[in-house]
Design a protein around this ligand. Structure first.
Ligand code: ADP
Length: 424
């Protein structure tokens, strides 16, 4: 799929999902409003009926016009203006609420009309048919006065939400769909990035292998010419080209194979106490030809005291080789490399500093990733697979060490390798 089509697909899919979520929220709030209205209406009718029944019970023939006042969303006052028997009131309330299908718990209180004083209060659960008394007060001997009562629904919102079960269920299903969708997009993006990296790697590798193969092909073709015997220096020259290019190919294949071992995560470290200076000297000696060819100057700033680390000598050699190789590869002209060693607490420290092209802060976060190379467009002037630093990081961490990088674009880079100096 083309990059732009893919992006359009993701944007459209996200917009549709957001749309569905907004519609769902809209309908759920609508459903809640409706339930709230129904609840309020039912409560008002039930309370009016209760008031009328109380009057009937008291043999009071007067008519109540609008006895119910809604004080708050979950609190109602009913002006009976007559005697109220608490037991009778509670029974009527329960019967009427049940009749209206209101199964929410409630509190009710009886007030004296003259001074608004509370004379009785109780909590009633509709779940149980028994009366649960929060304030189990003895029923006061109500004097022959007029009273009104209030009804309060403490769990009204929870009760209403409980009525929206189908809506809540559909919202949960929608949430699960959204989570799966987001996860799928995440996986697709990750796979896409991986496949891009792999394509890059294959392009890089093909390019790296093509040059030596072409050189070998040309040199061997020339060698096949019987005339060449007459010019032994040309013969030697072409044989050397084949030999060197072959060595280069071998190194590259080895690097790729090295990575394959890393991937299996079952590489074995043969760790021992090693003298860092010795290893560094050896690597430098082996790289002399490269330094000469690139006109590189290597300055040694070794610690006056020996620096020892508990490491696998083969892997430590590769780590140093990779860092020095990069220091040369990513420098413009006349690389100046400073190789430093230090002892720091429980660690032996190796520092490789160059005056090369440097690394931007964004790239800094990525250069230890597998196959990552700082983009240079399609220019392949510096060869590599983006595996060297990945190898360095994995290995240093396998040694229970750490790596630090300081770099500034245009000025150069400084890699710090910390390795434990005793058995860990
Ligand atoms: P490779 O050199 O094979 O591309 P590495 O993993 O060794 O792979 O390096 C990853 C990337 O980090 C390189 O492509 C390069 O862009 C950047 N890099 C590594 N070392 C240096 C350095 N010393 N100076 C500047 N850039 C560097």
């Amino acid at each position: 799929m083309k990059q732009s089509t893919f992006r359009l697909f993701i944007v459209l899919a996200t917009i549709s999902l957001v749309g569905i979520i907004v519609i769902q929220i809209f309908w759920v709030s609508k459903a809640f409003d409706l339930k709230e209205k129904q609840f309020n209406q039912s409560v008002q009718i039930a309370l009016k009926n209760v008031a009328e029944k109380i009057l009937l019970y008291n043999n009071n023939a007067s008519m109540l016009l609008n006895p119910v006042d809604r004080i708050a969303s979950n609190y109602y006052i009913v002006n009976v203006n007559d005697m109220i028997d608490a037991n009778i009131l509670e029974m009527y309330l329960k019967v009427e609420f049940e009749h209206k299908g209101i199964l929410a718990d409630f509190e009710y209180a009886i007030y004296d009309c003259r001074n608004d004083e509370l004379v009785y209060g109780n909590y009633a659960s509709t779940a149980k048919r028994t009366i649960d008394n929060v304030k189990r007060t003895e029923l006061p001997k109500l004097k022959r006065r007029t009273y009104y009562f209030g009804v309060y629904f403490p769990n009204r919102d929870e009760y209403l939400l409980g009525q929206l079960d189908i809506w809540i269920f559909s919202s949960i299903v929608l949430l699960v769909v959204v989570v799966f969708f987001a996860y799928t997009i995440f996986v697709i993006l990750k796979q896409k990035r991986l496949s891009e990296i792999q394509t890059d790697f294959i392009n890089n590798m093909t390019h790296e292998f093509k040059t030596p193969i072409a050189s070998i092909a040309i040199a061997s073709e020339i060698l096949m010419n019987p005339q060449i015997i007459q010019t032994p220096e040309r013969l030697l020259n072409y044989a050397t080209i084949i030999h060197n290019e072959n060595k280069r190919l071998k190194n590259q294949v080895e690097r790729v194979l090295q990575m394959a071992t890393l991937d299996k995560e079952n590489f074995k470290l043969n760790r021992e106490i090693i003298d860092v200076h010795e290893i560094l000297q050896r690597v430098i000696e082996n790289m002399q030809a490269t330094f000469k060819q690139k006109n590189a100057h290597v300055e040694l700033q070794f610690s006056p005291t020996p620096v020892q680390v508990y490491a696998d000598s083969l892997h430590l050699t590769n780590i140093i080789y990779n860092l020095l190789d990069n220091a040369i590869k990513y420098s413009n002209e006349n690389p100046h490399i400073i190789l430093q060693t230090q002892n720091e607490n429980k660690y032996g420290v190796i520092i490789v500093q160059d005056n090369g092209i440097g690394i931007s802060p964004q790239a800094k976060k990525l250069i230890f990733n597998k196959f990552y190379r700082v983009p240079t467009g399609n220019v392949h002037n510096v060869k590599g697979f983006g595996l060297g630093l990945y190898y360095v990081k994995i290995m240093v961490e396998a040694h229970r060490g750490s790596i630090k990088l300081e770099s500034e674009v245009g000025k150069g880079s400084k890699f710090y390798i910390y390795l434990p100096n005793r058995k860990t």
